[in-house]
Design a protein around this ligand. Structure first.
Ligand SMILES: [Zn+2]
Length: 138
C-alpha cells in the first residue's frame, strides 16, 4: 500500500523550493523500477527473503502511475512524466475514465474528491476482487 501512494509524496516537495513537482519523475515507471529495487534490497534483509517484495513494490508504484495517467487532469502541466528518465515529456491518456482530484480544502473540492474516490472504488473494486480470486485459485 505504501508504494501505491508514495508517488504523491512529490506534493510535499513544494515546501522545499516553492515549485510544483507534482506528477514529475516520481510519477514514472523509472521510479517504479527504483521502488522495485528498494523492495529487492529490503527483501534481502527480511526474515524470509523473497523476490515478491520487489515485484509488489514496483507494481504498486506503477499502478499509481497508470491510474493517474487515466485520470482527468486540470492542473497544468497536464499529464505526468510517465517515462522518466527515458523521456521528460508529459503523458496523458486520451481516455480518462477517472475524475480529476482537487487540491484545495474547501467543501466543494472535498465533496468532488469524495465523489472521485467513490467512482474509482466502484470501477476498481470488482477488478481487484476478480484478481484476488484468480490468485487464490492459482
Ligand atoms: Zn498521483
Amino acid at each position: 500500500v505504501g508504494a501505491s501512494v508514495a508517488p504523491d509524496a512529490d506534493l510535499l516537495l513544494r515546501f522545499v523550493d516553492g515549485r510544483n513537482h507534482h506528477q514529475g519523475p516520481m510519477h514514472s515507471l523509472g521510479f517504479a523500477a527504483l521502488a522495485a529495487l528498494a523492495g529487492a534490497l529490503a527483501g534481502r534483509f527480511a526474515a524470509s527473503p523473497s523476490p515478491a517484495l520487489a515485484l509488489r513494490a514496483g507494481l504498486s508504484w506503477a499502478s499509481h502511475v497508470a491510474l493517474d495517467w487515466l485520470g482527468k487532469d486540470t492542473h497544468p502541466p497536464i499529464g505526468l512524466m510517465a517515462l522518466w528518465p527515458v523521456s521528460h515529456a508529459w503523458w496523458k491518456s486520451a481516455w480518462t475514465p477517472f475524475l480529476d482530484v482537487g487540491r484545495a480544502l474547501d467543501a466543494a473540492t472535498l465533496t468532488h474528491d469524495m465523489i472521485a474516490a467513490a467512482w474509482e472504488v466502484t470501477v476498481l473494486l470488482p477488478i481487484l476482487i476478480a484478481c484476488s480470486w484468480r490468485f487464490r485459485e492459482a
